[in-house]
Design a protein. Structure first.
Length: 655
């Protein structure tokens, strides 16, 4: 009975003659049109208002919000698609720009090019003969999150079978899978190969070594003033005079011996490789306290991360007392009973300690900032033994006269001066969300790293949106000064007292760590370290992955190819090889936003030609995550890349 009714309805709505063989978009099931915010609506804007673009109102159409995708089965029966598209007028301030894309059978048929609020609607008029599936897509262009998009007067002309909207099935999530091989019991020296320090300041460097204990770690050629603890591998003392010192490190246990050179560069530059460590923000937010910080430091040691090069334990916002002391000192609040003791404890483990403040009167979390106390605070931090300061713009907006470059740089110059005078190596992390193209001047204000974007969250849109848009800043990364696309969002995160597992899928997490390694990005773990599971440890403790991130050449990767949903990013390495990431899916790739087949397999088979990478000659190729050499067939290499996942290769020329 039910089927009969549906059939009669079908005959009434779809048979020729009845509705002039035109199906309006608003007559299809628009619940199946995905929207980046709220639900797509027939004959209304996404916020439920009458459709209006550039001052003109429209009776018919569909209102949605980028990122949006709609898949329609045409049964190879359609003849044309006709619509106007535009940005809805309903957002008063801050409407985002958009791009409308129409695809047929996995191919792009039409793009609107970027459109902004106030632009007259654009006409889209397309023949559809022979096309089986039609996809209507709206991309946000990253300039705002208010992306209200309208498909206006949209219709599909067809012969006899009515087009139907398809419910898109997102590919099933792969359960966590571990790629990193188990740590070998043989000695292996890991972590940074080059280390910068300033003459005359206290020196601390832990030689990271994996392998069975007991282990003896020695360093020959250490300059005067430095010595190594052979049990822990911690080198301490006073940084020698300006110059470069090559130290030969040896790690020996009952199974064998490993050697490696460490270059100590005594000069002005710190962070000659991207800083690696932990920061409290993405897990604990403002609920951070001393116990949580200690637990993270302990996990760094007990779970072995320190032996892979992880170093910093950074307290973000939330440590500051409500008032300055009578002598003007900004002490910690009751959650941090003794900062100096905490720092001593952290140093005794071979780790380093970081802290946070704002150049404004208040931090972003509403705590006291450093404004007008710059020298005082820098000295306090030096006295506590702090090794890293994240200096976050926040309420400096109330102080700055305008948005000129001079005003953007001013507070960072003041702190630069204060840090220079305090006789301690303090890595200087600028946080002002990339304003004024900070990468162009961050190094001039002595920044060792600078945030290039707003805050990251644990979604694919956020992570891939940030990661894959690190394009304009590439040339500004290098030893001592790094682009910072924000902290890692693997493991248990939460930005407050209650935590959850990251919302990234396992493949997305591989993409995250691979991309950050290729980008030579600072690696700051943002999760609860005391709850690290095997999968997350596998992401964080792969020495060949870390080696790419820490490569002494310090070159940031850039994209070399982007087609059919596959993007390839590549960076040259110090040993004349290349690290290459082959990613399945970017945030702005229309192809990737549509589940074309209900049973679409996650993985794509990709043939990477060496010529795609602009490489000539013979090469050996290694799978970096699996730490295995791959078979090279002639001039190409075949890989399988999971949906939102990555294949990470090291390509080395051979004679
Ligand atoms: C934000 C910053 C975050 C975190 C937070 C603390 O401005 O981008 O990373 O530090 O402030 O309040």
């Amino acid at each position: 009975m039910k089927h009969l009714l549906i059939f009669i309805l079908f005959l009434m709505l779809c048979l020729p003659g009845k509705s002039q063989n035109v199906k309006w978009l608003d007559e299809l099931n628009v619940d199946y049109m995905s929207a980046g915010w709220s639900n797509s609506k027939a004959n209304k804007s996404i916020a439920g208002n009458p459709l209006k673009v550039a001052g003109s109102s429209f009776q018919r159409g569909v209102g949605t919000h980028a990122v949006s995708s709609f898949l329609i089965d045409l049964n190879s029966n359609a003849q044309f698609f006709k619509a106007q598209v535009g940005v809805d007028d309903e957002i008063d301030n801050g409407a985002g720009s958009l791009e409308f894309v129409v695809m047929g059978d996995k191919k792009i048929l039409w793009r609107s090019n970027p459109m902004k609020k106030g632009d007259a609607p654009k006409d889209c008029n397309l023949p559809l003969t022979g096309i089986k599936k039609l996809a209507l897509i709206v991309l946000g262009l990253g300039d705002s999150s208010n992306d209200h998009a309208d498909w206006l007067n949209a219709q599909i002309g067809y012969k006899d079978i009515c087009p139907v909207a398809i419910k898109q099935i997102t590919p099933p999530e792969t359960p966590p899978y571990v790629l990193t091989p188990k740590v070998s019991p043989f000695p292996r020296i890991n972590g940074a190969k080059v280390f910068g320090a300033r003459p005359g300041n206290p020196f601390l460097f832990k030689v990271a070594v994996t392998g069975k204990r007991p282990m003896t770690i020695t360093a020959s050629g250490l300059p005067n003033g430095l010595s190594i603890d052979s049990k822990t591998g911690i080198i301490t003392g006073t940084t020698p005079a300006k110059g470069e010192y090559i130290v030969k490190l040896t790690a020996q246990n009952s199974l064998g011996k490993a050697t490696r050179n460490l270059k100590i560069v005594s000069g002005d530059l710190l962070a000659l490789t991207p800083p690696m460590g932990w920061n409290s923000w993405n897990c604990w937010g403002l609920s951070v306290d001393q116990e949580k910080v200690k637990a993270s430091a302990n996990a760094m040691i007990n779970k072995g991360l320190i032996e892979h090069g992880w170093t910093f334990i950074n307290i973000d916002d939330g440590w500051e007392a409500p008032e300055r002391a009578s002598d003007g000192t900004l002490n910690p609040n009751a959650k941090f009973p003794n900062m100096k003791e905490l720092t001593n404890y952290i140093h005794s483990q071979g780790l380093k300690m970081g802290i946070y403040s704002s150049p404004g009167p208040k931090t972003c979390g509403g705590f006291l900032g450093t404004y007008l106390n710059e020298h005082k605070d820098a000295n306090t931090w030096a006295d506590w033994g702090i090794d890293y300061i994240k200096y976050d713009w926040c309420s400096y907006t109330d102080v700055a006269k305008d948005w000129s470059l001079g005003e953007l740089q001013k507070p960072y110059l003041v702190m630069q001066d204060a840090l220079k005078k305090c006789n301690r190596d303090i890595v200087y992390s600028l946080c002002q969300y990339g304003w004024g193209n900070v990468w162009e001047w961050g190094a001039k204000v002595s920044g060792n790293l600078w945030r290039t974007t707003g805050d990251i969250t644990d979604t694919w849109t956020s992570m891939s949106g940030i990661g894959f848009s690190q394009l304009k800043n590439t040339e500004f990364a290098g030893p001592g000064h790094w682009n910072d696309p924000d902290m890692l969002i693997v493991g248990k995160v939460g930005w407050g007292p209650s935590l959850h597992n990251t919302h990234l899928t396992p493949d997305e997490q591989y993409t995250h760590i691979t991309l950050w390694s290729l980008l030579a990005a600072p690696l700051l773990i943002g999760c609860d370290m005391s709850q690290l599971d095997d999968f997350t440890l596998n992401l964080l403790c792969n020495d060949e992955v870390i080696e790419v991130n820490q490569d002494p050449l310090g070159k940031q990767a850039s994209p070399v190819k982007n087609s059919n949903g596959i993007q390839i990013w590549m960076r040259p390495l110090e040993d004349h090889s290349y690290a290459v990431g082959i990613f399945n899916g970017g945030n702005d790739d229309p192809y990737d936003l549509v589940s074309w087949d209900s049973n679409s397999s996650n993985a794509k088979a990709v043939k990477v030609l060496f010529s795609d990478l602009k490489l000539k000659g013979k090469f050996k190729v290694r799978d970096i995550w699996r730490q295995k050499n791959l078979e090279v067939k002639g001039n190409s290499i075949d890989v399988k890349v999971p949906h939102h996942g990555v294949a990470f290769l090291k390509i080395t020329p051979v004679k």
